[in-house]
Design a protein around this ligand. Structure first.
Ligand SMILES: *Cc1c(COP(=O)(O)O)cnc(C)c1O
Length: 402
């Protein structure tokens, strides 16, 4: 698998970059649509899409045109100025749900920071209660900043970073009684992913999701949803919470928002937005003219091309095809789960060898929790590419020595 160009780039990186990443054995030189090409000219079908980021495919032509045009008009002036680009993006995004207000930032962690700060400030300054605690779920992933790392509540992300900020509590997934018992007068909000992404693609059941919302209403605390990975048409709806008729008080969004440019957003209701006043929260880059113009185009394309419906039907058919493989090859696949084009294939044994063989045969996906192949392809991926992945996976599983 090693090539001389890969070895060279590995050695260069070793001497230049902080060692924060375990890299895949591939160095990507270029991308187009759902294909990427490595330094040696080998082409791969990309079923990861930059971890649910390039939902419209790599180097999308319409997006490239917006980038070029906006780069010659206005890129950045700071949030000291009014910028129409932000408003056009806000109109596009807010038209997708019940939310009334948006705040723009640069990443998923920042979008979650914004909703955590908003929840605390709304409770403390609007409702005048001394509540600050945020309850999150086991195996959640909310980001790598101090607050979102605390919200993530997993030892492997917190190791060596003590003291972890307090005011966060993690409860087991799937148990409404435990959640109810965890809520105290100090609780400000519950923050959840409707489909856990990093946690190995775990979709909530309707009753559980509705139960969490009902508990929040009953206790007078806020219901926050992290839509960073599942949001923006990927699960078959504009937002994953819409599968269950929920009305969260706020959501975070990022990854796919600007198809690869750094961009995040927090959306909330008119009522809860009162938690912020001028000066409460800010960012230098957030909502810059370039990223906003690109994100507005992303949302327009997703709406125009009905990519939610496409994700739902394509993802559904694909998961069925993997379930058929599972039946033909008993003992290989333990479970196929997901929503739309957010898909986890859990193998019945450690999946590293299968994942590596997929890369060798030109298919890129993520390996999570050692047993789950996580697929987050572009929402406009050609059907043939998904079929080719399924055929290749079947061939590998049929020949695997377990
Ligand atoms: C990726 C992710 C984040 C963090 O986003 P960054 O842009 O890396 O800060 C937060 N929540 C979820 C659900 C994610 O998938």
């Amino acid at each position: 698998m090693t090539t001389s160009s890969l070895d060279t780039i590995k050695a260069r990186e070793e001497s230049l970059l902080c060692r924060t990443y375990g890299r895949y054995p591939v160095s990507i030189a270029s991308g187009k649509g759902s294909r990427v090409t490595d330094l040696d000219g080998k082409e791969y079908v990309d079923l990861l899409a930059g971890i649910a980021v390039t939902s419209l495919g790599h180097c999308n032509e319409e997006i490239a045109q917006v980038i070029e045009k906006q780069a010659r008009k206005l890129i950045h002036v700071s949030n000291l100025f009014y910028q129409e680009e932000q408003l056009e993006l806000a109109e596009e995004l807010l038209s997708l749900s019940h939310f009334g207000k948006a705040f723009f930032c640069n990443s998923g962690a920042e979008a979650n920071e914004a909703q955590i700060k908003l929840a605390r400030r709304y409770m403390q300054r609007v409702k005048n209660v001394d509540a600050y605690e945020i309850i999150t779920l086991d195996k959640a992933f909310h980001g790598r900043t101090y607050a979102t790392m605390a919200a993530t509540g997993q030892e492997r992300f917190q190791d060596g970073f003590a003291p972890i900020p307090d005011g966060f509590k993690t409860v087991p997934w799937g148990d409404l009684n435990v959640l109810e018992a965890a809520i105290t007068p100090k609780t400000a909000a519950v923050l959840v992913e409707i489909v856990q992404g990093e946690g190995g693609i775990r979709p909530m059941h309707a009753e559980y999701a509705k139960g969490i919302e009902a508990l929040c209403r009953e206790k007078g605390i806020l219901f926050l949803v992290d839509e960073v990975q599942g949001g923006l048409f990927r699960t078959g709806k504009p937002w994953a919470f819409q599968h269950f008729d929920l009305k969260p008080d706020a959501i975070s969004c990022a990854k796919a928002l600007a198809n690869g440019l750094p961009m995040g957003a927090m959306m909330t209701t008119d009522e809860v937005s009162k938690g912020f006043v001028a000066g409460s929260h800010a960012t230098t880059f957030g909502g810059g003219a370039l990223t906003s113009a690109v994100a507005a185009k992303v949302v327009r394309i997703m709406k125009r091309d009905h990519l939610d419906e496409r994700a739902a039907s394509l993802g559904g058919e694909f998961m069925e095809s993997i379930r058929r493989i599972s039946e033909s090859h008993p003992g290989t696949i333990k479970e196929v789960r997901g929503l739309g084009l957010m898909i986890g294939i859990e193998l019945a044994f450690p999946a590293k060898a299968v994942w590596e063989e997929l890369i060798r045969r030109g298919f890129i996906c993520n390996l999570s929790h050692e047993v789950v192949l996580r697929l987050l392809p572009a929402l406009n991926i050609p059907e043939e590419d998904l079929r080719a992945f399924a055929d290749t996976l079947e061939d590998i599983l049929a020949n695997i020595k377990k």
